[in-house]
Every structure is written in structure tokens, then in C-alpha cells.
Design a protein around this ligand. Sequence first.
Ligand code: FMN
Length: 599
Amino acid sequence: MSDTPVDADRLEVVLRYHRRTKHHPDHYARSLGFMDWANQPDPFRRFAGAPLLRLAHPHDDPGPTYDALFDGSWAERTTAMSHAPAQSGAERAPPQAGAADLLRADQVSAFFYYGLALSAWKATAGGRWSLRVNPSSGNLHPTEGYLIGGPIEGLTERPAVMHYAPFEHGLEVRRWIEPASFRTLCEAFGAVGLVALSSIHWRESWKYGERAYRYCQHDVGHAIGALSLSAARLGWRLSLIESVGDTELVALLGLDAQTGVEAEHPDVLLAIVAPDSADHGFFSGATAPHTPGWREAIGRIGVEPLLGEPKGLSRAHHPWPVIDGVSRAGAKPSAADCDPTDAHGPSGGVPGHAAPVPEWAPAWPGLQRARRRTLAGRLIRRRRSAVNMDGRVRLRAADFYLMLARTLPSAHHPVWRGWPWPARVHLALFVHRVDGLAPGLYLLVRRSGAEDLLRGLLSREFAFSGPPGVPEGLGLYLLQAGDCRATANAICCHQEIAEAGAFAVAMLAEFGPQLTSLGPWFYRRLFWETGLIGQQLYLEAEAAGVRGTGIGCFFDDVLHTLLGLEGQAIQSLYHFTVGGAVDDARLRTLEAYGHLDRV
Ligand SMILES: Cc1cc2nc3c(=O)[nH]c(=O)nc-3n(C[C@H](O)[C@H](O)[C@H](O)COP(=O)(O)O)c2cc1C
């Protein structure tokens, strides 16, 4: 986008926010400094007066194995199966949305059950709290999910904008919409339905103060990843729609009716693409700008009456104007507000169009971990953050390489195929205990061609050597051999999990120049990319029999100094650790939906 004065101002607001919300060893980003328990926000938004459509819990549908989601075979099979009679067996393909593009209630239920639902409760003598399929910083869950769809066989005969209520596993109807308007949207985006996410910044800022906006963005990335994998289980794919701006998303979801600290802020719109959806190219969901009518359709939907009123989340609030400011400055403009000849869109030319995903073809068959038949659904629902790690478990080299390979963009990847941007986040790896690899600091370059950029920016003392045994084509470099456990611990706000795992990660985003050329709104995309990587690492850790934990608390510039980074060309946005988990024996685990039997 051309760098108008307004953009320069907005960019400055975002960059200033980023600088001011860094944690430093001698002072943390501003927060309240104590826990205001009396005003802890309710983690479950409900709309009083909105009809609730309860979703039946999925039967024990075996679905595909986790690994089958990644080799392309499951997608091919579900496409073929959508025209074939149903089979029985461990990897039976789910029935598909047909040519009529009709979603069914059981599909929608499974989509959320393996995407955003509760997955367990933890209990101590003092109380209990719920956990979800998607992780969240501080377990505060600022992310709200919406489905725009209908008719849905067995659920609703009319299209509607529906808010997902994870406590009930149901959908609250926020507004009914005219079938013609919904059809226009589906045709424009090559979709059978749409999913949207929004964030209630207050849920995170209540605890974390000014840095909370960053955490909300990580959580959005995790939620996109969780929903994409759940979609893949059903043979669908999710595709990020970049042509719709925040103003239009607000209108579509009815968020303009929300004001004040507890308001939801628009994040992302995703197309649900089923095998039989009209083919608009690989990224069907991103082809909107030249498909007429979607903007007018959103305009018509935006004036349909809203049902229900948001219930309050807290009695009193503490304002965080810095978050309001960065939220305004980082808003996503609509495609129509962009000059189509500039670098605003993923293709570098036309907003909303997707760049071709680089087809990196790792030798995955050679990277197979010990053949596990873990079902995707079970693995997804048992994902957990490790609270402590044992400092002992070693990772097999093949598991480690496969984990890294699965964070790379690939046209067959159930998550990355819907992400319309080239990778802009690279991984600095603190390797502690991986078979066949010397402990030390490593770098995974996630976009081929970015090696030179990183070499030019990172410390000249780094070796940049290719470690022996690394699969060909995997851009993994040894920077510096040596025990880096204490360093990883210290950088992650002295959290022991960063040194007691098998490895820890710092996610390095190509930052300043990207924001200058693409616009301040791209700040959120960089965080989402780190959330997507984190979600992948969580699931890969489960698949390898270990655990992961996202790490939002780290001393930004201590890491940058360690790597020899100066200025803002590269910034670390998120950290992560993977290793052998130590469970807290004082906690009991309860059924995710046992509470519904009691209400
Ligand atoms: C963005 C993000 C940042 C996080 N930061 C930390 C952290 O700094 N330290 C930590 O122990 N856990 C951290 N976590 C883990 C959360 O506490 C955990 O996801 C939450 O308690 C829910 O538990 P679950 O992941 O088992 O569902 C983070 C998670 C996310 C998604």
C-alpha cells in the first residue's frame, strides 16, 4: 500500500506498541502488577436472548490417523469418497458436503468439537477450570468463534451468523440472513460456509496488561491452526480470506453493536472449502476481489437485526488505552481500499490473491517416526501444555526432523495450504537433547531464499554449518555448539520448562521492512504465523509421545542480543518448548462435557 501519512502514523503506533511491550530482565511490560480476582473475566461469552442450537456430541467416529492428514492421501481419499458409498473401517471417510453444498449438523459439531471445544476440566481441592482444544496464554481464551452457514441439515433451515459457545458445545444465532446474500458470499469465496474469529482483548489484558494484545494474536494463530486441522479431518480445507477488511467483518458479525472494554475485535474470516465446492483455484477463499457482490452481500447482512445481548464478563475493568490504540492502528483495510498494483496483497500485486505455496518436498517417508496409528481426533483432543518438564527425555532425530518439516509451508499441508503468505518466520532452536545432534543453537530457515537475509543479520560469529544427518532440503543450520540450557531458561523469563525440554524455540519474524512495505496490519499476521507454528509443534509433540508449551513470556532484546540482531529487521515474537512432561499429581482430570449432565 502506498505509504500515505496516515499509514506512517499507524505504522509508528504499531512499532511503538511493540517496543513498549517488550519484557526486560529489570522491568516487564506494564500490567496491573497484581491479580484482580474479583473482576476475572468470564471465559464464556453468551448472548442473552439469542437462540442456542445445541450440537450433539460426535459419536466415536474413528476418522483418519494424524499422520494421514499430512501425506495428501486423506484429502484425495475424501474427495473420491464424496462420490462413493460410505465404508466402514478405521479410516472411513466422513460423508461430504455434496454438490448442493449442504452442511450437516454432525459435521458442524465435529468441526467445533475438534477445533475450539472444551477438551477437559482440571480440578484441585480448591476449584476447577476448563481447558480447550486450542491453547491460550494464561488459559484466558480471548478468541471467539463464529460460523456463517446454512441451511445445515439437522440444525437450521435458514442461513445464519452463529456464535460458537464452547461451554454448551452449541451455536447461538446472532442473526438470520437471507439465503441469497449467503449464496453470494459462498460463490465469491468458493466456500460452503465461513468461519470467523474475534478477540476480547480484555480477557488477556485483565491479567497481562499491555502485552496482552500480542497474546491475543498468538491465540488467533493457534485457533486458525486448530480449526484447519479439524477441517482436514472432515476432508475440508480452510482458506484465509484476505480481501475482507476489518470493517466488513465487524458488519458481518454484528460487532458494531458492541462497545466498551468487553467488545470483541474482528480478526479473520476463513472459507470452508469442501471437495465439491466450486473450484476457484487452489486458494478458493482468496479470490474475492474480482468476484462481484460480496461487499454488497455483507452490507445487506449487516443490517439484519441482531438477536441477543452480550452478557457482562467482569463487574469492573481497568482500561488499557495502548491496546485500543494498537488495535485501531493494526486494523486490516479492505481490499477495495488498496491500490491493486502495489504490494498489499499476498501476491504482491492483487489484494486477496494467494501467492503460490512453495512446494518443499521433504523426504517424509524417510522421516516417518515409529509407525503410530494415533487417530487425529484423539490426538487433537488430548493436546495439553506441559507445566513442568523432566530434563531427561531425549527426542529421536527422526521425530525432531519431522516436527520441523511439518512447520514448513507445503501445498499438501492441512494448515499451511490455507495460509496465503510466504513464510516470514524462522526458528532459532536451543537444542538440548536430540539424538544425533550436538547440543547448541540452531536455525531453521522456513523460506528458501531467506538464508542470505538471515546470514546478513545474525552474528558474524555463527558457523552456519550443515549438521551431519539432516535430511536434504531441510534448511537447518548449526549456529553455535554448546550447552544452552541456562540461556534458554534466562531468556524465557527464567522459566525452567525452556531448559528442561528436549529443545526450545524462538520464532524470528522478518519484521520492520515487512511492516513498512505491507502495512501496519501485517503485525497481526506475523503473530498469527507464530501461533500456527506453535499449534503444529503442540500436535507434533503429542504425536511423538512428548509435550509442548507455548511461551509468551520472554525477554525480547536479550534474545536479539544473543543472536547479534540489531534494529528491527528481525524480532522474536513467540517462544516454545518441547520435551518430556511432568504432570502435577495434585490435579484431577475431569470429562470435558460432564457438566452438561448436571445442568
Ligand atoms: C500464546 C501462549 C503463550 C503462553 N505462554 C506461556 C508461558 O510463558 N509459560 C507457560 O508455562 N505456559 C504458557 N502458555 C501455555 C498456557 O498456559 C496454556 O496453553 C493454558 O494454560 C491452557 O492449557 P492447555 O494448553 O493445556 O490447554 C502459553 C500458551 C499460549 C497459547
